[in-house]
Design a binder for this molecule. Structure first.
Ligand code: NAP
Length: 311
């Protein structure tokens, strides 16, 4: 297996990784970016993007990712379609083992993102991007005046429901228990909102829709104890049952919080391990936007550049 050497390796092909690659390429560091199994990251599952600054009209998520990738490549970043399967951060050069090659570098930027958790229904693969979403801020406006459902009982579900209530005619929050785990202040806002209603103790067993055009028309729900089922007519479904940061690879080497997000030095992209930097959703459970991930990618590139300069 070939060994690829570089000053800096970027792991993850999403907004954070591509932005880091752009900055480091322009700094003359010839970065290598390993895309991972889903080049483009979560944005490849979004259709209309209306909140990435600089575009008057809606743009497509996959198109935006392609542009970022090309821009970084045009300035000299090298893209590798590979997936890192293990890392050794015991000392510099750091070693990252991919499926196709081994990588050695003096600095590493981790931008492996987070993956939304899904319900595990087979219809999810059909309707993702066609009425099914995990990001109300990204896709909520597409449901102006329509009826939508949010699945989940945590802070994410509460925030998604409140955001969607700005657009949708009605939001139904479906939870598998009769109590939410979301913060009390969020729960109060939900309970007092005239457009939000609740279906407790129910799980989704089927997403119902049409094939041509691909669109959701309803959800089949099942009561958790009696097992009785009902169909809820909705045009939009937002699954908010949590995200999993893609950090398993790094747990031996870097600190993580209770939810698995990587912990870094405050107000910086640095970690407790000099030369290892983090950016984007892999460390950020709060904002989780393409633009914030891109900003953090920029920060990590500037921090890595400074580190390389001084080492
Ligand atoms: P979470 O707190 O883990 O909540 C997930 C919710 O989804 C739970 O209510 C859970 O039900 C439900 N759920 C999980 N798997 C399910 C399944 N297969 N089917 C149906 N329901 C399922 O996740 P989160 O809301 O994304 O929050 C993750 C972390 O980020 C938390 O620490 C949260 O506080 C933080 N966060 C913070 C903010 C903020 O500070 N503004 C915003 C968003 C998230 P049960 O309750 O029955 O387990």
């Amino acid at each position: 297996m070939t060994t690829v050497q570089s000053k800096v390796l970027i792991i993850g092909g999403g907004p954070a990784g591509y932005t880091a690659a752009l900055y480091l390429a322009r700094a003359g560091r010839n970065p290598i970016l390993v895309t991972g199994p889903e080049p483009g990251g979560q944005l490849t599952w979004t259709t209309d993007v209306e909140n990435y600054p600089g575009f008057q009209d809606p743009i497509q998520g996959p198109w935006l990712m392609e542009q970022m990738e090309r821009q970084a490549r045009n300035y000299g970043a090298m893209m590798k379609e590979d997936t890192i399967v293990s890392v050794d951060f015991s000392g510099s050069p750091f070693l990252c083992q991919g499926e196709n090659a081994s990588y050695q570098s003096n600095a590493v930027i981790i931008a492996t993102g987070a993956s939304a958790k899904w319900l595990g229904l087979q219809e999810e693969a059909i309707f993702r991007g066609y009425g099914l979403s995990s990001c109300a801020v990204c896709d909520g406006r597409l449901f102006q005046g329509k009826e939508v459902a949010v699945i989940g009982g945590g802070n994410s579900a509460a925030e998604e429901a409140l955001h969607l209530a700005h657009h949708a005619s009605r939001v139904t929050l479906i939870h598998r228990r009769d109590q939410m785990r979301a913060e009390k202040i969020l729960q109060e806002r939900l309970f007092n909102h005239p457009k939000i209603r609740f279906i407790w103790n129910h799980v989704v067993t089927e997403i119902i829709g049409t094939a041509h055009p691909k669109a959701i028309t309803g959800l089949r729900l099942q009561e958790t104890e009696t097992k009785t089922s009902q169909v809820l007519p909705v045009q939009g479904v937002f699954v908010a049952i949590g995200h999993l940061p893609n950090t398993e690879l790094f747990k031996r080497w870097l600190e993580r919080d209770n939810d698995g997000y990587l912990l870094g030095v405050p107000d910086s992209s640095a970690t407790s391990r000099p030369g290892i930097f983090i950016a984007g959703d892999v460390k950020d459970k709060r904002y989780r936007q393409a633009v914030t991930a891109a900003g953090q990618g920029c920060m990590a590139a500037l921090d890595a550049e400074r580190y390389l300069e001084l080492s």
